[in-house]
Design a protein around this ligand. Structure first.
Ligand code: GUN
Ligand code: ZN
Length: 435
């Protein structure tokens, strides 16, 4: 039996914050304890009241004055795009064709996929991200590299090979049949093994034929509990091309709707330029719109309309979308998200931001029974945050006098330097990385 107690300032969410004064939406303990046994949280409470009786049973790690929160969750990221971050391109289709589709072909090489997978998980851990939903390349060996590395580190990961059979280089295309077979083999090999969740991953409508979309539909019918991840309505030229390829489907969301790919486990990257009808369909099907601010700004795709989607009852997640996204940091992501909303005349409160990084994204991924909060019974994926991580942050902290202000400083100025430690199933992972 392994037991440890983390001491520090504990912050965890109970509900989605409804406004700046919604203090009932979170629990904050100024001198708190998180007791972990065999990878799970067994107790969260005041240091004095609860933890002391357990002290002799385990190691005590004193993280004061830092914040202890649930590990960050990134619901949309591309594992084979580590080496295209910051590629200089005008817009989405040029970016994909010039850099991304070239780079992803390298993942047919198992040694390359294995090397990058190791680096990928290092980056997630360095940035405090303990769970992600990732796109692998078209090659099954990229899926093996991804899940093997996740398994080594005991990380809860969602991922799948992209299904893509047109409008891409031959080295990056499967066929409807091989895409189906490889996905099914990937599910058999990985889904439910340790903490692995396989996601059915038709890349987007542009790179799948009707036949392949029908195969994705068949997989979704055969495996109704699996996540489905794809992209929708990211860029105007992309939308026009998708509608041209599927002329009788009404609109972009209508394509996925007709193939029965929408539902509560469907993660739709971007979802920026949606019609009223499309928004209603996402809300009705409980599909998730994934806001990817650093990517949407970097590729110039558009300003996600958070308030409109939220008002319509669309479930919203927030994600990096590396390598269209320019940072692995979920703090940087929320900072850019905040600015996108500012440009739309909308406000994102600091508490709502940190809700998204943790419980909000766990709910969007239907994983909130296991991760996203600090409470007894949850898996012990935890991040330790230092709000004075840089000289500038430390100086600014001198004038911060509320938790709300502190969170906003972390979001506005924080990055991997603010992540003191990342625990996965109760084990310290960041400090264990090779320097
Ligand atoms: N649409 C289809 N594939 C991709 C991708 O890899 N990145 C982004 N940002 N959009 C996509
Ligand atoms: Zn993406």
């Amino acid at each position: 039996m392994s037991m440890k107690i983390l001491r520090g300032r504990v912050l965890t969410f109970l509900e989605e914050p409804q406004g700046r004064e919604d203090h009932a939406s979170y629990r904050y303990i100024d001198d708190g304890a998180v007791v972990i046994r065999d990878g799970k949280i067994v107790m969260v409470g005041e240091w004095n009241e609860r933890a002391v009786s357990h002290q002799e049973a385990g190691e005590i790690i004193d993280h004061r004055p830092h914040l202890i929160m649930a590990g960050f969750i990134d619901p949309h990221i591309h594992f084979p795009q580590m080496q295209v971050i910051g590629a200089y391109a005008g817009a989405l289709l040029e970016w994909l064709n010039t850099y991304t589709f070239v780079e992803e072909q390298r993942f047919g090489d198992k040694a390359h996929a294995t090397r990058i997978a190791s680096r990928f998980f290092d980056e997630l851990i360095r940035h405090g991200t303990t769970t992600a939903a990732a796109y692998c390349s078209v090659h099954p060996q990229s899926v093996d590299a991804f899940f093997s590395e996740a398994e080594k580190r005991k990380m809860l990961m969602v991922g799948g090979k992209v299904m893509m059979d047109r409008n891409a280089p031959p080295g990056l295309c499967d066929t409807p049949q091989s895409g189906y077979d490889d996905t099914k083999a990937g599910i058999a090999k990985w889904h439910g093994k340790g903490r692995a969740h396989y996601a059915i991953t038709p890349r987007f409508a542009i790179t799948s034929t009707h036949e392949q979309m029908a195969m994705a539909e068949a997989l979704a019918r055969e495996f109704p509990d699996l996540h489905i991840q794809t992209h929708v309505s990211e860029n105007l030229a992309e939308i026009a091309f998708a509608n041209e390829l599927f002329p009788n489907y009404g609109d972009y969301v209508g394509i996925y709707e007709k193939y029965h790919l929408l539902g509560p486990r469907t993660l739709l990257g971007h979802a920026i330029h949606l019609s009223h009808r499309e928004t209603e369909v996402l809300a009705d099907t409980r599909s998730v719109a994934v806001f990817c601010p650093t990517s949407n700004l970097f590729i110039g795709s558009g300003l996600f309309d958070y308030e409109r989607q939220h008002k319509h009852g669309v479930r919203i997640a927030t994600a990096t979308d590396v390598g269209g996204g320019s940072s692995y940091s979920m703090l940087r992501t929320m900072d850019e998200g905040y600015k996108v909303m500012q440009l739309r005349g909308q406000r994102l409160t600091p508490f709502r931001s940190f809700y998204h990084l943790t419980l909000g994204n766990a709910r969007a991924m239907s994983l909130d029974d296991r991760i996203g909060t600090l409470e007894a019974g949850k898996e012990a994926d935890i991040v330790i945050l230092n709000s004075g991580a840089t000289p500038q942050m430390k100086l600014r902290m001198e004038t911060v006098d509320s938790l709300e202000q502190e969170l906003f400083l972390l979001q506005t100025c924080g990055d991997d330097r603010a992540i003191v430690e990342t625990y996965v199933m109760g084990e310290p992972m960041k400090s264990a990385l090779a320097a």
